[in-house]
Design a protein. Structure first.
Length: 202
C-alpha cells in the first residue's frame, strides 16, 4: 500500500491511498460484493445525509458490521482491519494532533455501497471523526463519473480501482453521477469506514 499525505494549510488534510489490497484480497472482495448485492437496501434504510424523504444519496448499501456474526466471515472486514492496523502503526498523518485523534477512535461502522446508472451522492458531511473510502471497480473501466470531490475546495479525486481516501468526516464532499459505458457495467463499489469515538467508563 502506498500512502500520500496532503496537508496544504489552505485546504483540508487527507490521505490518498493506492495499491491498497493484494490481488488475492481483491478477488475475494469481488466475490463477496456479488454475494451481498442482493441484500443491499435503499438509502432510507442505510442512513443518508438529508431527511429520509429527500435523501442526498442515490445508491444501494449494506452495513457489514451487521451483515456478519463474526468479522472473520468477511474478506473485506479482514482486509480493512489490516489496512487500518498498518495506518495506525505508521502514524500516517504525521501530525501530532491528528494522529492522537486518529488513534483515539475506537469504533468503526463499515458500509458497502454500490452505485448504479446515474447514482450519485450530493454535497454532504458525515457524522464521523474520520471517514475512509475504498473504491473497487472493473478494469478496464466501464463507466465515467463517480468521482469524489471536496466541495468547499474543488479538489476532485478520480474513482480508480483499488484506491482510497481518508479525511475528516465533517468536511463537505460529494460523488458525481455514474455514467455506464454499456450494458456490461459492473457498478461502482465503495467501502466507507466511519471512525468515531464511543465513550468508555473512566
Amino acid at each position: 500500500m502506498k500512502i500520500q499525505k496532503f496537508d496544504d494549510p489552505k485546504q483540508t488534510p487527507y490521505l490518498y491511498l493506492t495499491e491498497i489490497f493484494s490481488d488475492a484480497q481483491l478477488d475475494l472482495m469481488a466475490k463477496e460484493i456479488q454475494q451481498l448485492v442482493p441484500r443491499m437496501k435503499e438509502p432510507s434504510e442505510t442512513g443518508t445525509a438529508g431527511v429520509v424523504t429527500n435523501p442526498r444519496k442515490k445508491n444501494m448499501g449494506i452495513w457489514l458490521n451487521s451483515a456478519y456474526q463474526y468479522e472473520e466471515q468477511s474478506p473485506a472486514l479482514i482486509a480493512l482491519r489490516d489496512v487500518y492496523g498498518h495506518l495506525y502503526s505508521s502514524r500516517a498523518w504525521q501530525n501530532h494532533a491528528l494522529d492522537l485523534i486518529w488513534k483515539g477512535c475506537n469504533q468503526q461502522g463499515i458500509l458497502l455501497s454500490t452505485y448504479g446508472e446515474n447514482d450519485e451522492y450530493k454535497t454532504h458531511c458525515d457524522m464521523s471523526i474520520f471517514t475512509g473510502l475504498f473504491w473497487l471497480r472493473n478494469e478496464p473501466h466501464d463507466f465515467d463519473g463517480g468521482d469524489f470531490t471536496f466541495s468547499d475546495y474543488g479538489i476532485t479525486i478520480p474513482c480508480l480501482n483499488n484506491t482510497g481516501v481518508i479525511f475528516i468526516g465533517g468536511e463537505y464532499h460529494e460523488v458525481s453521477p455514474v455514467v455506464p459505458h454499456d450494458e456490461s457495467f459492473g457498478g461502482r463499489h465503495v467501502f466507507s469506514v466511519f471512525s468515531t469515538l464511543s465513550p468508555t467508563p473512566l
